[in-house]
Write a protein of this length. Structure first.
Length: 166
């Protein structure tokens, strides 16, 4: 029987936080710049009267902006060749017996609006590790889940990112 691609110490991390919590406060100007950048010109992002008329308490941020507002920025010199920053807020490194890891998709679940003025906190956990066999041989499907919570303790969104490790 071949050795598992997932070491026992890594398997033990499933369900555990793999990064330190991060937070950021939503500011109208930045939220609106993001809305323009993703070409989502919904009036509830730009016009407070439109937002309140639609039943919101104030201006709303575009749903995926929660990931941007908590993003930790670093100098370009700390970036790897693939454009991902080294280090960051990692609490645990996910060790696998593989040569490469590639992006495998992203899923979002939006549970409540995120408003201008909200402080969003994010915590990322290792959601699952599945060892599989494909046409090119064995691989690991890794899923991490980030929970985004506002200052009132309400979960506003969950994002799940899948990686394929070979």
């Amino acid at each position: 029987m071949a050795e598992s691609l997932i070491p026992d110490q890594t398997r033990a991390l499933v369900g555990q936080a793999i990064s330190e919590p991060v937070s950021g406060t939503i500011v109208a100007k930045e939220s609106q710049r993001y809305a323009y950048a993703v070409d989502d010109l919904n009036p509830i992002y730009f016009d407070e009267a439109a937002a309140t008329a639609a039943g919101y308490r104030t201006l709303v941020a575009p749903p995926t902006y929660v990931a941007h507002v908590v993003a930790q920025h670093a100098p370009v010199a700390s970036m790897r060749e693939d454009g991902i920053y080294r280090g960051g807020t990692a609490r645990h490194r996910i060790e696998l017996r593989v040569k490469r890891v590639m992006f495998g998709g992203e899923e979002w679940e939006f549970l409540a609006p995120a408003y201008v003025g909200d402080t969003i906190s994010a915590l990322t956990r290792l959601h699952s590790l599945e060892e599989k066999s494909g046409g090119s041989g064995p691989f690991v499907l890794q899923t991490v889940e980030t929970t985004y919570t506002n200052q009132l303790g309400e979960v506003v969104a969950r994002g799940r990112t899948k990686s394929i490790a070979r």
